[in-house]
Design a protein around this ligand. Structure first.
Ligand code: HEM
Length: 131
């Protein structure tokens, strides 16, 4: 499984959904779901694209279990966090535990990413031109 490709694929799907939501909000002049739109586009698209480029640049860590765990946690995190946030913003507080789970998954994924960044930059020498 190519982790980088899956981050790219997921990112474009998330931004398509996020943009449709933005257009719907504008048409309806109802901005209740603006935080869902913002998180779908930023945590669902911008971050996965950065992750995708990173794992492309550092194949030494892209093939490992930790990169796969990062992918899984990121995807589960965005879907559950934004879905539960949408329900919560309609006034249904029962969505809070799912939202919390999504937040924890997203944060844990980012922690794993931080470790991968440290490992990757430690293993790969900087390009000569940049020194
Ligand atoms: C077709 C494309 C898009 C449309 C139609 C759209 C539409 C909107 C609308 C209607 C709002 C609410 C404005 C308000 O509350 O007054 C909004 C907010 C926002 N949008 Fe978009 N947007 C689009 C793309 C994007 C993209 C690509 C990103 C980020 C990568 C983004 C990030 C945000 C953020 C951060 C907010 C503020 C959310 C908040 O205040 O809670 N949007 N957008």
């Amino acid at each position: 499984m190519n982790v980088s490709n899956w981050f790219f694929r997921f990112g474009v799907l998330a931004v398509l959904v996020g943009m449709c939501l933005g257009m719907w909000m504008g048409k309806e002049e109802n901005f209740t779901l603006a935080p869902v739109h913002a998180h779908l586009n930023l945590v669902g698209f911008v971050l996965p694209f950065l992750f995708g480029f990173f794992y492309r640049s550092f194949p030494s860590v892209a093939g490992g279990l930790s990169a796969k765990a990062h992918l899984l946690l990121s995807l589960l995190g965005v879907v559950s966090m934004t879905g539960a946030l949408a329900v919560f913003l309609q006034g249904d507080k029962s969505a809070v535990p799912v939202m919390l789970g999504g937040e924890l998954a997203t944060a844990l994924g980012m922690l794993i990413f931080a470790v991968n960044v440290w490992r990757a930059v430690g293993q790969s020498p900087a390009p000569a031109a940049a020194e």
